[in-house]
Design a protein around this ligand. Structure first.
Ligand code: DAH
Length: 339
C-alpha cells in the first residue's frame, strides 16, 4: 500500500511539473483527488486493509493527498501569475504618446454681456422673461402706440411672414405680453433676438439682440428710472461711471430719453472711442405712455412705470472694444477664443 501511494504521488507530481496550462492542472486534480480519482479509489479499498493497519494507512493517504494538493496549489498560483504578467505585457500603454487635444468651447461675447446684464437686474429684484420672435403687428407696433402708417414704422421695416405675422423689430412687444397677464407690480427684463431689414455693415445687422426692461407699480417716477439706470451703468462699466439723459422720442414712452454713459476709456475727456465727446450712448428709455397702459388694461391713474431698451451687441462691442459688429456673427474661432 505504501509503495502504491508513493507511486501515485510521484506520478502526480511529475505530471504537475510537466504541465503548461491551467486546464491541465485542473485535469490532474480531478484524476487524482476527484471523486473517481486514484487516491479516492485507495480510500475506498480501505476495507481490504487489516483493521489495525487502517489508521496508519489512512494517515498515509491523507499525507499524500495534502502533498499533492500543496504542489498543485503552488503550480496553479504560479501559472496564474504568469498568465497575468503576459496579459499585462500585451496591454501595456505607451504613456509617452502625445495626447489628443480636447477643444472645449466657451461663451460667446454676446452671451457673456447678456449674462452680465441679467446678473445686475436680477440683483435688483427683476425677473427675466422671454417673448416670441414671431409677433403680430399688434404686439410689435399697435399696442406700443405705433399705429398703422406711423412714420416710426419706416425705421423698423422687417420681414413679414404672412398677413399679420412678422419677425419682431424690438423686444418692446414683450412688455405688452407681460402687462396683459395682469399681475402687478412688474419688474422684468426680456432679452432676445430682434430683426430688421437692415444692410450688414460695421454697426448694423438684420438680426441682433436687445434687452427690454419694464417696471410698473404705484408711484413710479422718472427719479426711479434715473436711479435704476445710473446704478446699472455703474455696475456694468465701473463705479466712476456718470450718466446723462438726452430728450428723445419713442411712441410708447412719454417723456422719452436716451441715456449716455461717461466714456470708460478716457473718463469723459474725449477720445477716439467716444468720438471726442466724452459720452457713449447705450440705451433708450422713458415713462410708459398712458395709451400703452390703457391698451394693456392697466389704469394709468393708479399705476405708472418706466421702460428701457438696451442694444446687447453695442454693450458687447463697447465692453470688449470690438470695432466691427460683423465679427460677432462670423464664428471665426480665432476671434471668439479671445474672450
Ligand atoms: N424699442 C426701442 C428700439 O428698438 C428701444 C427702447 C426705447 C425700448 C425706449 C424701450 C424704451 O423700452 O422705453 O429702438
Amino acid at each position: 500500500m505504501k509503495e502504491k501511494l508513493e507511486k501515485i504521488k510521484q506520478e502526480a507530481l511529475s505530471q504537475i511539473s510537466s504541465s503548461d496550462a491551467l486546464e491541465k492542472l485542473n485535469e490532474i486534480r480531478v484524476n487524482y483527488l476527484g471523486k473517481k480519482g486514484e487516491l479516492t479509489a485507495v480510500l475506498k479499498s480501505m476495507k481490504d486493509v487489516a483493521p489495525e493497519d487502517r489508521p496508519k494507512v489512512g494517515q498515509l493517504v491523507n499525507e499524500t493527498r495534502e502533498e499533492i494538493e500543496k504542489v498543485l496549489a503552488e503550480s496553479i498560483a504560479k501559472m496564474e501569475r504568469m498568465k497575468r504578467e503576459a496579459q499585462m505585457k500585451r496591454e501595456v500603454i505607451d504613456v509617452t504618446l502625445p495626447a489628443k487635444k480636447n477643444n472645449v468651447g466657451h461663451r460667446h461675447p454676446n452671451t457673456i454681456a447678456m449674462e452680465e446684464v441679467e446678473r445686475i437686474f436680477i440683483g435688483m429684484g427683476y425677473e427675466v422673461v422671454e417673448g416670441p420672435e414671431i409677433e403680430t403687428d399688434y404686439y410689435n407696433f399697435e399696442a406700443l402706440n405705433i399705429p398703422a402708417d406711423h412714420p416710426a414704422k419706416d425705421e423698423q421695416d422687417t420681414f413679414y411672414i404672412n398677413g399679420d405675422f412678422l419677425l419682431r423689430t424690438q423686444t418692446s412687444g414683450t412688455q405688452v405680453h407681460v402687462m396683459e397677464q395682469g399681475k402687478l407690480p412688474i419688474r422684468m427684463i426680456a432679452p432676445g433676438r430682434v430683426f430688421r431689414s437692415d444692410e450688414v455693415d460695421a454697426t448694423h445687422s438684420p438680426s441682433f439682440h436687445q434687452i427690454e426692461g419694464l417696471v410698473i407699480d404705484k408711484h413710479i417716477t422718472f427719479a426711479d428710472l434715473k436711479g435704476t439706470l445710473a446704478e446699472f451703468a455703474k455696475e456694468l462699466f465701473g463705479a466712476d461711471t456718470k450718466v446723462r439723459f438726452r430728450p428723445h422720442h419713442f411712441n410708447f414712452t412719454e417723456p422719452s430719453a436716451e441715456m449716455d454713459v461717461s466714456c470708460f476709456k478716457c473718463g469723459g475727456d474725449g477720445c477716439r472711442f467716444c468720438k471726442g465727446t466724452g459720452w457713449i450712448e447705450i440705451l433708450g428709455c422713458g415713462m410708459v405712455h398712458p395709451n400703452v397702459l390703457t391698451m394693456s388694461k392697466i389704469d394709468p391713474e393708479k399705476y405708472s412705470g418706466f421702460a428701457f431698451g438696451i442694444g446687447l451687441e453695442r454693450i458687447a462691442l463697447l465692453k470688449y472694444e470690438i470695432d466691427d459688429m460683423r465679427l460677432l456673427y462670423e464664428n471665426d474661432v480665432r476671434f471668439l477664443k479671445q474672450f
